[in-house]
Design a binder for this molecule. Structure first.
Ligand SMILES: Cc1ncc(COP(=O)(O)O)c(C=O)c1O
Length: 401
């Protein structure tokens, strides 16, 4: 976020450029700040609040769980892990899940799976293909896999063992890995989120799947932002009709309760043995309940279909409202993961949107990003566009910096 940095406390570490409001509560797709001003939520806590706020079924389920058990330990069986893993494997066509707490943790687990996959076949210095403009997290390994020099600056030396390639270019991938026996995996987001809503083409996904099969590489798809129904399928890669070997998830899976998961297919599910990987909080009963209830409610309420339909309404209203604006480079994305790329920096829109009662995000400097809750109604979709379009038009009416 490129808002002006405003430390709100001398005691909270100054890691975010925060906008000058604090939210106090929410209902559905609306939230209110501590001064009582209402906002329409076009951000969903950055693709996290799948079911919006104060959901009438999720909240009682979490309250019930709180009274039973919040945390036990992975020293013991956790029935909620069995339940959620079964559900995730049914939805993904994969076979086993490991649970953690965040996106970067899920990606760390994926990177470790890939390295051990290599070591198990005698590759001592495994290498993983990653992509330009990718974002995989801010731990040292996931930062190294990330393709954004700005967020990497100041944290070297980065982790070695990554080969970086451009998106959607199968010849570039073949060339970058030609004759290299150390390659073990290809790792990417189906639709890059932080990188600016950049989709991988379905044809490319099929080509990568084929290459991974031919060369015995793991296909690892980071669905942390684009997964969990946001594009209208459970996982965005399912639009291409392919299955990965490893799929990190987080964000929307718990509808606001911190949770991460790595779901793996037969080629990767048996790589870890006891002692290879773990995390204290991962798979705790509260997070498992949040994940299971989120998926159940999504199914019962048809939220995949809604993401697709409300996304089409939102996109249509944006396209109509911004028609003929030369400064709009492209409107892209899928379902309720949409980006509007402008021909100039868009950060100023963040505060203006707040004034207009709307939460949005700007990423990759020039891309207005919308990731609203999947319960968004068609009227709310039109309302987001109605509030946002005039702001974009007025930005574009100014001389280009
Ligand atoms: C695709 C992707 N992967 C990983 C992450 C990191 O997730 P977390 O912030 O939960 O560590 C993000 C966060 O934005 C993401 O968009």
């Amino acid at each position: 976020m490129s808002a002006t940095a405003q430390p709100t406390s001398p005691h909270v570490m100054n890691t975010y450029g925060r906008l000058p409001i604090a939210l106090s509560h929410g209902q559905g797709c609306r939230v209110w700040d501590t001064a009582g001003k209402a906002y329409l939520d076009g951000l969903g806590g950055i693709a996290v609040n799948t079911l919006g706020h104060n959901h009438p079924e999720l909240v009682p389920a979490l309250q019930d769980q709180l009274t039973k058990l919040i945390h036990s330990s992975n020293y013991y069986h956790v029935p909620g892990q069995e339940q959620l893993a079964t559900k995730l494997t049914e939805l993904s066509g994969l076979t086993n899940a490991f649970f953690c707490c965040t996106g970067l943790e899920a990606n760390e687990a994926a990177l470790k799976l890939a390295r051990k996959f290599g070591h198990d076949k005698g590759i001592e210095r495994p290498e993983i293909v990653v992509y330009e403009a990718a974002f995989h997290g801010r731990s040292i390994a996931t930062l190294s896999a990330t393709g954004n020099p700005k967020v990497q600056a100041g944290f070297g030396p980065l982790v070695e063992g990554f080969i970086r390639v451009p998106l959607n270019d199968i010849e570039a991938l073949k060339k970058a890995t030609e004759g290299n026996p150390n390659v073990v995996a290809v790792f990417f987001e189906t639709i890059q989120g932080e990188g600016g809503i950049n989709p991988m083409r379905w044809e490319y996904l099929k080509q990568v799947r084929q290459l991974c099969d031919e060369r015995d590489w793991l296909m690892m798809i980071d669905e942390v932002q684009c997964g969990m129904g946001r594009t209208g399928k459970w996982f965005a890669h399912q639009w291409a009709g392919i299955k990965p070997d490893v799929m990190p998830l987080a964000k929307g899976l718990g509808s606001g309760v911190p949770i991460g998961a790595v779901v793996a297919g037969p080629k990767a599910a048996g790589i870890f043995a006891p002692g290879n990987h773990g995390t204290t909080f991962g798979g705790n009963p509260l997070a498992m309940r949040a994940g299971f209830e989120t998926l159940t409610i999504m199914e019962e309420d048809g939220l995949l279909a809604n993401a697709e339909a409300a996304g089409a309404v939102l996109r249509g209203a944006l396209a109509e409202g911004l028609a003929g604006e030369a400064g709009v480079v492209e409107i892209r994305g899928q379902g309720l993961m949409l980006g509007i790329e402008l021909d100039r920096p868009a950060g100023a829109l963040l505060a203006q949107a707040l004034d207009a009662g709307l939460l949005i995000s700007v990423t990759a400097d020039r891309v207005v990003r919308l990731l609203p809750p999947l319960i968004l109604t068609h009227d709310e979709a039109r309302e987001i566009a109605a509030r946002l379009v005039p702001l974009i038009k007025s930005l574009l009416a100014q001389p280009k910096p």
